[in-house]
Design a protein around this ligand. Structure first.
Ligand SMILES: Cc1cc2nc3c(=O)[nH]c(=O)nc-3n(C[C@H](O)[C@H](O)[C@H](O)COP(=O)(O)O)c2cc1C
Length: 363
């Protein structure tokens, strides 16, 4: 299996297995409306087998950083329409990543709603960006009531429908990197004593319910999910990650999703710094073969270890993050062995076209 051969993932034809990982760029306006440059940025990367959009909040309360895009209001949808049209005109395929940050937030992002919410009132360690880009300690989140969970599920349904109206080709449910759904999965953050906490089955319940809610909108063949077993980003931990994620992945098998997207924990801060942990557990090895459908792997891949992961049967596609920021024509560069542009970390988040739409392509 070559990185550059086409394939079918669920209901979606992909022209190669070099996918663009979801990448938050914080260049929307304060209301979560994408800027004019987003259509150029994404369409420049349309040679990816699949583009997975930056994480997009499903509600104001789901927002945790300044200037991230939303997928719940009419102006947001109109702006996203320009992005999906430009990607399609360039021959690309694009999924939207549905996001709720849970406790990884600050009340300044959602003053009407007050404190961030989470499965349990456990404060993350570290600091958070406020709505004015200041850094403050995290607040202790409010534990969600059953009523809050019912509202949350409605917000996922609404956003999944909005993503369809905006012209996306599918959605990826963000259940990774320590955000709300991951907070429900892992026992370091979920200490509930009701039907959504305690046993592994109970902790997996919300993720499965949300999937079952959005599958009727899209069809299972256009819904993917992202998980990060062993990931420690955003102060995460679980006492039995193999048991937890084995149970979840086996439960996912019956849903016939478009794909399962797993992040290798060696990319220690989810790409937030350059450290690669050589002794981190190998997610692809541990979990890739448990899933009966297509598997996407991400985290610290280059042309060589990507080919190896495909050859070893751990994955059917590789999602590249930082390399795609700096190399709009990444599939071509990997295929021809051309050198890669280096990325500029200082322009990852916020700012202008610099480090966004101005990376050069090969002649
Ligand atoms: C600038 C930046 C933004 C990111 N934003 C997201 C995001 O919105 N959603 C997500 O699931 N992961 C996000 N990630 C993680 C990446 O998708 C990817 O898993 C990580 O960068 C490791 O892959 P890489 O080694 O190819 O860069 C982000 C990473 C970076 C560097």
């Amino acid at each position: 299996m070559s990185l550059f051969s086409p394939d079918v993932f669920g209901d979606v034809h992909v022209k190669n297995r070099v996918f663009m990982a979801p990448l938050t760029r914080m260049r929307s306006d304060n209301d979560g409306v994408q800027g004019e440059l987003a259509a150029t940025y994404y369409s420049q990367r349309a040679t990816a087998g699949l583009i997975i959009s930056e994480a997009s909040q499903i509600s104001e309360l789901g927002k945790g950083y300044p200037c991230t895009p939303g997928i719940y209001s009419e102006p947001q949808i109109q702006a996203w329409k320009k992005v999906t049209a430009a990607v399609h005109a360039a021959g690309g395929v694009i999924f939207l990543q549905l996001w709720h940050v849970g406790r990884i937030s600050h009340s300044s992002h959602h003053p009407k709603d007050g404190l961030p919410v989470a499965p349990s009132a456990i404060k993350p360690s570290g600091q958070v960006y406020t709505s004015t880009w200041g850094l403050e300690d995290y607040e202790t989140p409010r534990a969600m009531t059953l009523g809050d969970i019912a509202e949350l599920k409605k917000a996922y349904i609404h956003s999944a429908q909005m993503a369809k109206d905006a012209g996306f080709d599918g959605v990826e449910l963000h259940a990774a990197n320590g955000y709300l759904l991951d907070q429900f999965l892992q026992d370091g953050t979920n200490q509930r004593t009701d039907a959504y906490g305690g046993s592994i089955e109970n902790r997996c319940k919300l993720v499965l319910e949300v999937l079952n809610d959005i599958i009727p909108i899209w069809g299972a063949g256009r819904v993917g999910i992202r998980l990060s077993p062993y990931g420690t980003f955003n102060d995460m931990q679980d006492s039995q990650p193999v048991k937890l994620f084995t149970h979840l992945i086996e439960a996912l098998n019956s849903l016939h999703l478009c794909y399962l997207h797993l992040i290798e924990p060696r990319a220690t801060t989810a790409g937030g710094n350059d450290a690669i942990s050589s002794d981190a557990p190998r997610t692809g090895q541990l979990f890739g073969k448990l899933f009966k459908g297509k598997v996407v792997l991400a985290g610290g891949f280059n042309a060589d270890n990507a080919r190896q992961a495909l050859t070893d049967g751990e994955a059917h596609a590789i999602a590249f993050g930082r390399a795609f920021i700096a190399n709009p024509d990444l599939p071509k560069r990997l295929e021809t062995g051309a050198s890669l542009n280096a990325y500029d970390r200082s322009t990852f988040y916020g700012g202008t076209d610099k480090g966004y739409t101005d990376y050069p392509t090969l002649a």
